[in-house]
Design a protein around this ligand. Structure first.
Ligand code: RP5
Length: 170
């Protein structure tokens, strides 16, 4: 059963259910920011036609940004990007090859004409934050939630007991 809401704005797709432990971090972050999303596992090489239909119908379903994760010869984000003009954020999945260097290079080295915005290996939280920032361009309430997230993150460091003795907290 896919993690889904009625009106997903971010489409999260990965190559295999084995990618879920990483991609669920994006679902969790988007949940914190109250951004509806859906998570699917649709392999670009095992089910290319289904992937094409999934991406092709996304705009109509309300999707505005894709997050696409894959490991190894990770062509899925590039294939998604080839099928839509919605922004695509790629998440390289860690593998046995230098911790996922194969995935990173496969996703980040997109030839010109079809961009994929690539985050760090396993960087699904940042993919979610970037997706939320894109949506926030036309959603002031989400912009405010993102700012609150940033502020809380900063406050947690300023108020960390290991830093308070610096006497620099505002
Ligand atoms: C890729 O192959 C997937 O994105 C996954 O990272 C990797 C391994 O897939 P499984 O063999 O676990 O299904 O397509």
């Amino acid at each position: 059963m896919a993690a889904e809401t009625q009106a997903a704005r971010v489409g999260i797709v990965c190559g295999s259910r084995s990618d879920f432990p990483i991609m669920e971090k994006a679902v969790e972050m988007l949940g914190r920011l109250e951004v509806p999303c859906e998570l699917r596992a649709i392999s670009a090489h095992r089910a290319p036609d289904l992937l094409s239909r999934f991406v092709g119908g996304a705009d109509e379903r309300g999707i505005r940004v894709f997050i696409a994760g894959a490991g190894g010869a990770a062509h899925l984000p590039g294939v998604v990007a080839a099928k839509t003009i919605l922004p695509v954020i790629g998440v390289p999945i860690p593998t046995q090859v230098n911790g996922g260097l194969d995935s990173l290079l496969s996703i980040v080295q997109m030839p010109k004409g079809i961009p994929v915005a690539t985050v760090a290996i396993g960087g699904a939280e940042n993919a979610a934050l970037l997706a939320a920032e894109i949506l926030a361009l036309s959603d002031p309430a989400l912009r405010a939630r993102l700012q609150a997230f940033r502020d809380a993150q900063t406050r947690a460091i300023e108020e960390d007991e290991w830093n308070t003795d610096l006497g620099l907290t505002k």
